[in-house]
Write a protein that binds this ligand. Sequence first.
Ligand code: ZN
Length: 349
Amino acid sequence: MKAVQFGKHGGRDVIEYDEFPDPEVGPEDVLVDVKAGALNHLDVWTRKGLGATGRLDLEMPHVPGSDMAGVVDAVGDDVTRFAPGDRVALLSGVSCGTCEFCRRGEPTLCVDYHVIGEHVQGVHAEQAAVHEDQLAPVPEGVDWATAAAAPLVFQTAWRMLLERGELESGESVLVLGASGGVGHAAVQIAADAGATVYATASTEEKMQHARECGADFVVNYEDEDFADAIREQTGDRGVDVVVDHVGAATWYSSLKSLARGGRLLTCGATTGPRPETHIGRIFWNQLDVRGSTMASHGSAERALEKVWDGTFEPRIRAELPMSETARAHERLENREGFGKVVVIPDSER
Ligand code: ZN
């Protein structure tokens, strides 16, 4: 079969779309004919060899990809939840089920937590074999681009805002980088939860998209310091919650945007993980800094229910053949467009 792959870490030129051994299907595995995959910023970090907390140690060549949807082609002997012909999407977070954190119902804190495509072989290929626990059903009528684009970012934003962030109706939220995958999901989830949503974006077109996703007030961060704009808009109060997946470039302004007792939520650091900070501001204003990553499969499926019923909608900035995955990375790295970049196996186009 054909698969996106790279034989070493590096720039976009290491990415190839070429023959790769067919997946082996274990007794609890499901073989999926991939109809669409979606990119996440973690694909860029993985290509460079950088994981959330340090260098990655990957088997090469590595097939990237942590989001995909498709049709079940075959199942292992012990599979009970799926049958050939079923429509499925990947839930890429893997937990052991037996450690202290898994036993207390926190699978994303698992001591062996890892992500398909980031830490082990991914799914941007013509076929993928994954354990049946890593799949969610996709209803008829949901298109493949939507089914592939939604899972990782909507589960991440869902857990971050509603579980880790304890967001309540009537609170105010600032979502940085609303044009990114997680950002545009967070705007939709916060608006649906009844929050007043502030967002940042870099162009008039992206600002309009953010408003369509539910943002009440959008700041162009290229034109003005977003913290100043938020303090002005809120009568110098600040917001209850900031969602920051940008990292080093925005962290200090995020702290400045928070109201007393506010929560700074982070699930990523696209501009780097070591920001300037201000400890005085954190203790004097009694701020919380809360990390979040991925979600339990139960929470992921609750978020996806609201995608399948149309409450939430992953916006698609581009659909490319898998052979143009390097271009897909370029779009992410250059912050071109709004929403998700989808890749389709060339044989499916
Ligand atoms: Zn565990």
